[in-house]
Structure formats: C-alpha cells, structure tokens
Design a protein around this ligand. Sequence first.
Ligand code: ZN
Length: 135
Amino acid sequence: MSSQDKNANNAILSLLRMALFCTCPKCHQGKIFQDGFLKFDLKEKCDQCGLDLSRSDSADGPAVFLIFFLGFLLVPLALIVEVKFGWPVWVHVLVWGSFGLILTLGALKPIKSFVIALQYKYRKSDWDDNPPPRV
Ligand SMILES: [Zn+2]
C-alpha cells in the first residue's frame, strides 16, 4: 500500500470518526450539537476552537440520505418477513415503524456530522470571510 493510499484511508477514517462522535471538523474535539438526545440543532460555535458552525450548510441532505437508506433496508426486510412468516399488518407497522424510528433518531446526528465534515474538508471557503467567487 502506497503512502498516498494510507493518507486517503486516514482521511476517510478521520471523517468517519468525526461523524460517529459528532465532533468539530476543525479541531476534532468540540461537540457540534446542542446537548440533548432529541436536539438536532447545531451549536453556534465550537466550544474548543470557536469554529462558526452557523456557516455549515447540510440542508436536507442527511434526512434524504436516511430516507433512501432506510427505505432500501426496511422495505425488502418487511417483504421477506411477510412472505416467510405472514405477520399481521399491525405487527409490521409496530416492528418496522419502531425500527425505522430508532434508526433515524440514532443515525441522523452522525450523518449530519459527516456531511458537515465533508463540507469543511472540500469546501472550506464557506468559512472564509472573503470567499472566492463560485464559477
Ligand atoms: Zn472545534
């Protein structure tokens, strides 16, 4: 494995670590979300380095990604379970609804952190006071 491959792997691992622990893309230490399990709002600034988190713009990307991912995961599972076991509809609603809700609540912050880390890595000019003009 060349050193270029190792650097690429380290960069990917660093992004995934930031996403998993929801830490600041600049200092990798400060938490970027407000305290609370069901609070998905970002802090205004990083506690550790002062990075202005209001300039991040993940928009609806993390939610759309989750909708597609969970749709592709849960719908085939529900269909397989229906064909194999023939559960009543109310059991499907209870099981897959709960499963989807838990996965959504658990994965939304890490995915949003990942999108913000990607934005910081590949579009750092969003944090410049005088960004270059976009083409
Ligand atoms: Zn920071």
